[in-house]
Design a protein around this ligand. Structure first.
Ligand code: AMP
Length: 210
């Protein structure tokens, strides 16, 4: 099984696919967004440092994100889904040196029309415990309030508000091109259509493993 790098704007389906994959295969889901949110919840000094940046939808510095990631896992061991990392060339270089050079790896870009993202994200609800993702219209939880698995109340992320989402999409577009070009040059860039239903995106990703 390859190491997987998920690239795509917020709301393009990366988290949903990561949750499906880790349920079916022996992957660890590494979402830098989740790691950062945990620091904020724990009120750590790092959390306090990044809180305002994240609330505005801007990028946290490369140094902070890289240090956090390295502290959380042994990148030379295990099968990972990198979700929301790398977001800049510096991060891509770090991942290349630590993981890609030594392991089979696929970078999967979730392509999606930008105008549908806003609607998706504004209706998105997340589980603060297991990061499962729901949508109040298209995929509500069974009782509409709690996570089906963890039974804890779902949250609407603060940075899922429309004005912040617009900035997050812009920030993604401003930074991602060199990262995509880098993986295209390495020959490991693949694409999925983020407009497709989740099950069909999942089938397409599985075909890439063959
Ligand atoms: P996400 O959960 O991936 O949408 O990330 C939420 C927020 O966390 C982003 O808007 C950034 O503020 C921050 N963040 C997550 N991953 C990164 C990263 N790789 N580099 C910089 N900032 C990040």
């Amino acid at each position: 099984m390859p190491q997987l790098i998920f690239l795509g704007p917020p709301g393009s389906g990366k988290g949903t696919q990561a949750n499906l994959l880790k349920r079916h295969y022996d992957y660890r889901h590494l979402s830098t967004g989740d790691l950062l949110r945990a620091e904020i919840t724990n009120k750590s000094s790092l959390g306090l440092k990044v809180q305002d940046i994240m609330a505005k939808g801007n990028l946290v510095s490369d140094e902070i994100v890289i240090e956090l990631l390295e502290g959380q896992c042994n990148l030379s061991q295990g099968k990972y889904i990198f979700d929301g990392f790398p977001r800049t060339s510096v991060q891509a270089q770090m991942l290349n040196a630590r993981v890609i050079k030594n392991a089979k790896c696929l970078a999967i870009e979730f392509k999606i029309q930008i105008d549908v993202l806003l609607e998706r994200i504004v209706n998105r609800r997340s589980c603060p415990t297991c990061s499962s993702i729901y949508n109040v219209i298209f995929r509500p939880s069974k009782d509409g309030i709690n996570c089906d698995t963890c039974k804890v109340p779902l949250i609407h992320r603060e940075d899922d508000r429309p004005e912040v989402v617009r900035n997050r999409i812009q920030v993604y577009q401003d930074n991602i091109k060199p990262v995509l070009d880098f993986y295209a040059t390495l020959g490991i860039l693949r694409h999925v259509d983020g407009m497709d239903a989740g099950e069909s995106v999942f089938e397409n990703i599985k075909k890439m493993f063959a």
